[in-house]
Design a protein around this ligand. Structure first.
Ligand SMILES: *Cc1c(COP(=O)(O)O)cnc(C)c1O
Length: 381
């Protein structure tokens, strides 16, 4: 089965009990045993496993080409669980322009438990190898990164990790398995905020982890159950429904974002556009090689400083001023004060997230309406 078909037909669909074409929502905390020590179908308690969540988990695992999937309450719950594969004294090399909440989890939470982190732009083999210590256990990547849309060369990253016996983890939220299949490059563990493109409708928060070995599967299952970070049946069902249309949505996100990036790139009020689909983007060649499209996110700097940013964000009518991304509705935000406010200002500036930066999540509206909205927001009478 191909991607689009897997997205719709994985698991018990139609369901075995009544033939429902969709997976039912099993809103139950517990499952009645058939006999002492004998469950009906392997389910005993919904923290451990739930049929609706299991169908979602199997679907994501197959879309990523992995061994097993796990669904979590949020993307951060997925990341918090994955990082608990480590223990005090272990060291992680992480991309420096990862999602703001990832940075906060590592820097302000996990560091207190003795896990060490080095944040680095992952664009150079020598630089990465020089940061490896005897206790380095994990390489944590995000590509395209948030919000600068930097591209990590997966072939290079996996090659370094294998040589030094590091586990590789990728946050595949921005690309989704439709555009990028990290496991085919040898990545060990994939994490997602399903809140974004996988669900795709801005109506749920969720996360996922996909494993590649039986050992990782067992360990993530243990942690998910022990930490209780799993997703509710209802929220699992929403994400499952969203995934049915992932491929068509991503094709339209790609098309709309490319048109928006081209438009902004030509505009005199715009200082710089960050979009991996532009030939001038430093990661363009690698993105073209490893991705099936360039995604729906476009960041840009406006001329005229913070005042121009505020004016733009106040003037858009279709692009709503909001954090998050990946939904049908287009969104605009200022990373410095919103999605990346949890990064200290000096760190943010060091890695290139200026106050003038605006991040767009280009949605599924008509492209002429979207460009018209940008035009009137950039050129208010
Ligand atoms: C939103 C996001 C997260 C966190 O996910 P939540 O569902 O908000 O907890 C992690 N990584 C990336 C790249 C994100 O965009």
């Amino acid at each position: 089965m191909k991607f689009e078909t897997i997205a719709i037909h994985t698991g018990d669909r139609p369901d075995k009990a009544f033939g429902a074409i969709t997976m039912p929502i099993y809103m139950t905390s517990t499952f009645v045993f058939e006999d002492v020590g004998k469950t009906k179908a392997g389910y005993d308690y919904s923290r451990t496993a739930n049929p609706t969540r299991k169908t979602l988990e199997d679907t994501i695992a197959r879309l990523e080409g992995g061994k097993a999937g796990f669904a979590f309450a949020t993307g951060m719950a997925a990341e918090a669980t994955a990082i608990h594969l480590l223990k005090a004294g272990d060291h992680v090399i992480s991309g420096d322009d990862v999602y703001g909440g990832t940075y906060r989890l590592f820097q302000n939470v996990m560091q207190n438990f003795g896990v060490e982190f080095t944040f680095l732009r992952l664009d150079n083999r020598r630089k990465i190898e020089q940061a490896i210590r005897p206790n380095t256990k994990m390489l944590w990547l995000e590509t395209p990164s948030n919000p600068l849309l930097n591209i990590v060369d997966l072939e290079m990253a996996v090659d370094i990790a294998r040589k030094h016996k590091l586990m590789t983890v990728i946050d595949n939220t921005f690309a989704t398995p439709y555009l990028l299949r990290p496991i085919e490059y040898g990545i060990d563990l994939v994490v997602h905020s399903t809140t974004k493109y996988l669900n795709g409708h801005c109506d749920v928060v969720g996360g996922a982890v996909v494993t590649t070995t039986d050992e990782l599967t067992e360990r993530v299952q243990f942690l998910s159950n022990a930490m209780g970070t799993c997703q509710s049946p209802f929220d699992s069902w929403l994400v499952l429904r969203g995934i049915e249309t992932l491929a068509v949505r991503m094709r339209q996100h790609n098309e709309n974002a490319a048109a928006v990036a081209d438009y902004l790139n030509e505009h005199s009020a715009v200082e710089k556009v960050y979009y991996p689909g532009l030939k001038t983007h430093p990661g363009h060649r690698i993105a073209k090689k490893q991705m099936k499209g360039f995604g729906g996110m476009v960041s840009f700097e406006v001329k005229g400083g913070n005042r121009a940013v505020k004016r733009f964000l106040r003037n858009t009518r279709i692009f709503a001023l909001a954090e998050s991304l990946g939904g049908a509705a287009s969104l605009a935000e200022q990373p410095a004060t919103m999605s990346h406010a949890s990064m200290p200002k000096e760190f943010r500036e060091k890695i290139g997230i200026k106050d003038e930066l605006i991040r767009l999540s280009v949605g599924l509206e008509d492209i002429d309406d979207l460009i018209g909205d940008l035009k009137q927001a950039l050129e208010p009478d």
